[in-house]
Ligand binder design. Sequence first.
Ligand SMILES: [Zn+2]
Length: 305
Amino acid sequence: MKHSLFDLHCDTAYKMLTERQSLTQNKLAVSLKNAKKFDRYVQVMALWTDDSLDDEQGWQQMLAMHKNLLSDPAVQNKKVMISSTLIDTTSPLLLLSIEDLRILAGRLERVDELFRLGIRIITPLWRGDTCIGGSHDTPNGLTEFGKRALHRAISLGMIADISHASIRAADEILSLGKALNRPVIASHSNAYEICPVSRNLIRRQAVEIIDMGGLIGLNLHAPFLKHESNAAVADLFPHIDYFLELGASATLCLGCDLDGCQPPTDSFTVASLIDLAEMMLKHNYSESLIQRIFYENAAHFASAL
Ligand SMILES: [Zn+2]
């Protein structure tokens, strides 16, 4: 069976910059070489900045990361395309997101600059309290600046992402999406009721995403799969079943978090997702459901942007 892949989240751009790795072949989980078995391959690359940097330094690092990605030989030689929209191409395609919007450092006009850089997915929070608001490890909602920044981003046509948000901030982001008639996503989060960690999605918010036509990207980070014991890749299945029961057959996709997470097995790469698809077939998931989770749901969402 031929598989296509549309993955909603990886932190590879950060590692390419900080570990001086290229996209074609590297020691990372995501590379063009590792992805070559896929028929079509769309990868959302998050521009995540080092949390030890202050907000202003983080902005500078994001610009350097963006520039580094654009100057990669594979991009220069058109072996891979970077686009702000889902374009019809047989080449691998990279879309850009930003993770941890604190690097706006209080400057609203930077939202427009991110849009000009081609970034279309905004994951506003990451950890702790920032100028944007409260992340999953705090009880706090969005700040006034955070609300203005997200309103601007969504109005420009960017998609807001509640992964990493506190419950309160996620509620506020979902309300903002509804008010502006734009779907909201959770790019790399699993089900809280299956694995109760603050990074996973509570039922009510998963249902809201499903109802508004958003996306939920399944995360392969072992501690988000199974609580307080070692997870196996198959521990993803209870999360899939749970979301499907909520009606997520057109919402579920992959947001594997590769190069930013610890997958259940060592040396898990984007190529290992072929094995995951085969495991899903053996687990009696239908071929059409696997294709929807691996590619079609996210592609359908992105083509409507
Ligand atoms: Zn993340």
